[in-house]
Design a protein around this ligand. Structure first.
Ligand code: PLP
Length: 353
């Protein structure tokens, strides 16, 4: 990476070293825009997916006049905690759309909420759930939002780099991304702002990121984001097929080998191929499952990585399946995993439940 070893120019400097790094950022922006079929002017780099969603939610209230937010109880905390904050500050009214037992958003209920809304509304619904993998039909929800003149934000952190996007033909105002979800560097995010909406910066200061996000750019992160997205996109079809095979193989093997095992979400339906949320019957042994997997060098989480240290368990699992007699583990798969690894994990799980 020459930007860590040779090219030290500040992209805001007008002299040649600065111009070199500025060029690298603009090349990264163009590459990301091309992959997502967006205009480069609609692409902004941030520090993470969380910052991107915070920017959207605050911007929609301040600059787009949204006084009502419709969201779901199973969003990532980047959205739920931000929405709770603006709700507590009395900046908006918040409605939570119903979630069906299979973990999908109840679209009829969404339409009812939109139809009953008397104020300018922001709909914030994630594209793929990071814990259970359920996917939202982002085009259908976008069309619905258009019909009711609502602003639509989708947290796409789980799908950017894992799913083909065609933003020019998708009725969405804002999407977000995070490089570490597709083997890029940690600490760099994406914010797509459709050219038909204008919000002001969330982070104030200098005029970086085309006056949308102040602060000297994370040049290594931005270049890394674009490169990782290019690599993820190059072999997307073969890699997604490989990863999906592992998920469905593990699903099969667990059903065959572990009595009482259950799955959360629409595992065999409209679901992201990288995530499998498994519930094991609660026993003294299975309550220690995450700890025991870890000491056996098997990395899995209880909920999202960001909340796996928390006591209360997962808000997502609680919203769809509030069964106190189960222990939930989320297994995630990448292109680097193998069928043999799945076999090893299932063998070990037989002894841990
Ligand atoms: N949204 C979803 C769906 C996620 O899975 C994550 C995961 O980390 C985030 C948002 C937060 O992204 P970041 O850690 O880049 O802030």
């Amino acid at each position: 990476m020459p930007f860590l070893t040779e090219k030290f120019g500040n992209p805001s400097s007008i002299y040649s070293y600065g111009r070199e790094t500025r060029m690298a950022i603009e090349t990264a922006r163009k590459s990301v825009a091309k992959i997502l079929n967006a205009h480069p002017a609609e692409i902004f780099f941030t520090s993470c997916g969380t910052e991107s969603s915070n920017t959207v939610i605050h911007g929609a209230i301040k600059d787009l006049g949204c006084k009502h937010i419709i969201t779901s109880p199973i969003e990532h905390h980047a959205v739920t905690h931000t929405v709770e904050y603006v709700d507590q500050m009395d900046l908006v009214k918040v409605s939570y759309v119903k979630i069906l037992p299979n973990g999908h958003v109840d679209i009829e209920n969404l339409e009812e909420l939109l139809a009953a809304s008397e104020e300018k509304t922001l709909v914030s619904l994630m594209h793929a759930n990071n814990e259970i993998g359920n996917m939202l039909n982002i085009k259908a929800v976008g069309e619905l939002c258009k019909l009711y003149n609502a602003i639509f934000h989708s947290d796409t952190v789980q799908t950017v780099g894992h799913f083909p996007f065609d933003l020019r033909n998708t009725p969405v105002h804002f999407i977000t991304g995070s490089a570490h979800k597709f083997h890029g560097p940690k600490g760099v995010g994406l914010l797509y702002i459709n050219e038909n909406v204008r919000i002001k910066p969330f982070v104030h200061g200098g005029g970086q990121e085309r006056n949308m996000r102040a602060g000297t750019e994370n040049i290594y992160g931005i270049v890394g984001f674009a490169k990782a997205l290019e690599i993820a996109t190059e072999n997307y079809e073969a890699e997604s097929a490989h990863i999906g095979t592992l998920k469905y193989y593990m699903h099969e093997q667990l059903k065959k080998n572990i009595k009482g095992v259950g799955f959360n979400g629409d595992v065999m339906g409209n679901s992201l191929y990288t995530v499998l949320s498994v519930s094991f019957p609660k026993t003294e042994k299975s309550e220690m499952i995450l700890f025991n997997l870890d000491i056996n060098n098997i990395c899995a989480s209880g909920g999202s990585a960001c909340t796996s240290g928390a006591e209360q368990g997962s808000h997502v699992i609680r919203a769809i399946n509030n069964n106190p007699n189960q222990v939930t583990v989320r297994f995630s798969f990448s292109k680097y995993n193998t069928k043999e690894e799945v076999d090893t994990v299932v063998e070990k799980l037989k002894t841990l439940v």
